[in-house]
Design a protein around this ligand. Structure first.
Ligand SMILES: Cc1ncc(COP(=O)(O)O)c(C=O)c1O
Length: 369
């Protein structure tokens, strides 16, 4: 007879009574679209939480990144330095504005863009650096900001996976010119689908607020002095976001607890290495990810774990391997590729209990023994 186990969640969010209350309040007001109090309240609460002066809600994290690049007037003929290892949505907005992504390989300890590899890629066409705090792990923002200042470059932080993570006590997303966040279903907090762009520059943030709402003139909403975008967040999404934001400390504590259990139970195994924090970095542990020594077939291991109802996720495949991006990938990305070949994201949902995580570690140890 086979054993029936409780479901183990990979990255499912926790949505409860508070969210339902906020959602029904939004519905009761009749404002289900982008007009309505919740969007402003969410923006204000979010800015306060991350410690930024201004926050603009968007339709997605991708839209937030697109708006940041657009606001910096980055376009045709310009280059943006990006990590070779990230989700494709970090790269696409660079192409949306007509610029060229220039890929830098990662630091094999942190899995983030290696600051030592950035400077050699800078030339007169370089306009910005776009670091990604991968799986919630902060990039070395001290080193990145020093390089950016030295060369007069803008910095757009892809903080879509790192809400709540800090570098030297400051929240990720608040170091560069813009910080971009995502509230996709599997993120630290969710609005179903949505994003946020933060900036210390009120003028630039105000301009993005205007652009995401079809660039409607303040005095005459039927007049459009610029090309705009329909990138606004709805009141319904913002209601969900506000309820979720109130629980963020609980979610982060749960992510940290999960990470501690994995480290406690798997940390002593020679063939397993964890993604590590840089000096001064404190990960949100959005996902706990590990890499295995050569000789372990990741796809096979993933299948075996799934047979025991343990879902996992492969590490991102470097974008330089995909047809639309191949022509931009001329360097050595062996560290990024190596992590795709040998890495795995372990179940990290806040819906899991301690026992669930213990079950994952026991089974994993058994399978790699
Ligand atoms: C690294 C990274 N960048 C950008 C995004 C885009 O965010 P969204 O899905 O909200 O557009 C995501 C999330 O999906 C992501 O993981």
């Amino acid at each position: 007879m086979s054993t029936i186990y409780k479901t183990i969640y990979l990255d499912a969010p926790s949505i409860g009574a508070a969210e339902k209350r906020y959602l029904s309040r939004a519905v009761d007001t009749g404002y289900v679209s982008s007009a309505g109090r919740f969007v402003f309240d969410f923006e204000e609460a979010f800015a306060r939480y991350v410690g930024s002066r201004n926050a603009v809600a968007t339709q997605s994290g991708t839209a937030a990144l697109h708006m940041a690049l657009h606001e910096l007037k980055i376009g045709r003929g310009d280059e943006v330095i990006v990590p070779a290892l990230t989700f494709i949505a970090s790269i696409n907005p660079v192409l949306y504005v007509g610029a060229r992504p220039v890929f830098a390989d990662i630091d094999s300890r942190t899995w983030n863009i290696d600051p030592c590899r950035i400077e050699r890629l800078i030339n007169r066409r370089t306009k910005a650096i776009l670091p990604v705090h991968l799986y919630g792990n902060p990039c070395d923002m001290g080193a990145i900001m020093r390089i950016a200042r030295k060369h007069g470059l803008a910095v757009i932080e892809d903080a879509t996976e790192s809400l709540g993570a800090t570098y030297k006590g400051r929240q990720t997303g608040t170091f560069g010119d813009f910080g971009c966040f995502s509230f996709n279903g599997n993120k630290i907090i969710t609005t179903g689908g949505g994003g946020m762009v933060v900036s210390r520059d009120a003028g630039k943030a105000g301009h993005i607020k205007f652009l995401v709402n079809q660039a409607k003139d303040k005095a005459n909403s039927l007049y459009h002095p610029e090309m705009g975008f329909n990138y606004r967040m709805t009141n319904i999404e913002a209601a969900l976001g506000l309820a979720q934001l109130k629980k963020i400390n609980r979610f982060l504590a749960s992510k940290n607890r999960i990470n501690s259990i994995y480290r406690e139970k798997l940390g002593g195994i020679k063939t397993i290495r964890f993604q590590e924090e840089c000096d001064g970095g404190r990960s949100s542990n959005w996902f706990t990810c590990v890499s295995f020594a050569d000789g372990i077939n990741i796809a096979r291991l993933q299948k075996k774990l799934m047979k025991h109802n343990i879902p996992t996720r492969r590490i991102f495949m470097p974008a330089t391997g995909f047809p639309p991006y191949r022509k931009y990938g001329k360097g050595d990305y062996s560290r990024s590729r190596g992590l795709y070949d040998r890495g795995l994201c372990l179940p990290s949902s806040v819906m899991n209990t301690k026992d669930d995580i213990y079950r994952v570690t026991t089974k994993l140890k058994e399978l790699i023994a």
